[in-house]
Design a protein around this ligand. Structure first.
Ligand code: CMP
Length: 152
């Protein structure tokens, strides 16, 4: 059995990722790592949801731009499960500033700007729980075992 707990986290392919046709690239990288997609939906985030999601940034100078951007076009929202999924997903995505994100990470390979930085992922267990509830109901999570689960 895994020595680290199975975790669930939220991943959003942001408007730039959707509009650039990069949903599949993001999903592929998560899946090939051994993570499991347990729920997914595409939506245009309502402004009130965006404001709740990014409430911790509401006093930051970039808050208005951030909310405007995340509501500007559809996002692709996923619930992702796996061993240490929260930290593993953040590592696959790379640094928040894509100019500093390491090559090989999603932002390192596909993004350059801070606002349109391709992907959002929860940064802690508490954030994951709070953010997942903004986009999914309990009944949305589908449990299944990957055929290659023995390796993960
Ligand atoms: P995300 O992972 O979605 O979490 C908060 C977002 O705020 C972050 O990605 C960036 O898109 C954005 N952000 C963080 N810091 C800055 C900044 N200094 N200037 C502009 N946008 C920022």
């Amino acid at each position: 059995m895994p020595e680290v707990p199975n975790e669930r986290t939220l991943v959003l392919v942001k408007p730039d990722g959707v509009r650039r046709g990069l949903i599949g690239e993001v999903v592929a990288r998560l899946e090939r790592k051994g993570l499991t997609v347990v729920a997914a939906r595409m939506l245009r985030i309502p402004p009130a949801t965006a404001e709740t999601h990014y409430a911790e940034h509401k006093d930051k100078p970039f808050y208005g731009e951030l909310v405007g951007y995340i509501t500007s076009a559809p996002v692709f929202a996923m619930a992702i499960e796996g061993r240490s999924a929260i930290a593993v997903v953040r590592a696959l995505i790379g640094a928040t500033d894509p100019a500093k994100a390491a090559p090989g990470t999603l932002r390192g390979d596909f993004a350059l700007a801070m606002t349109s930085n391709l992907v959002h992922a929860s940064d802690s267990a508490a954030s994951a729980e709070r953010e997942l509830a903004l986009y999914f109901h309990e009944k949305d999570y589908l449990s299944y075992t990957r055929t290659d689960a023995e390796y993960f």
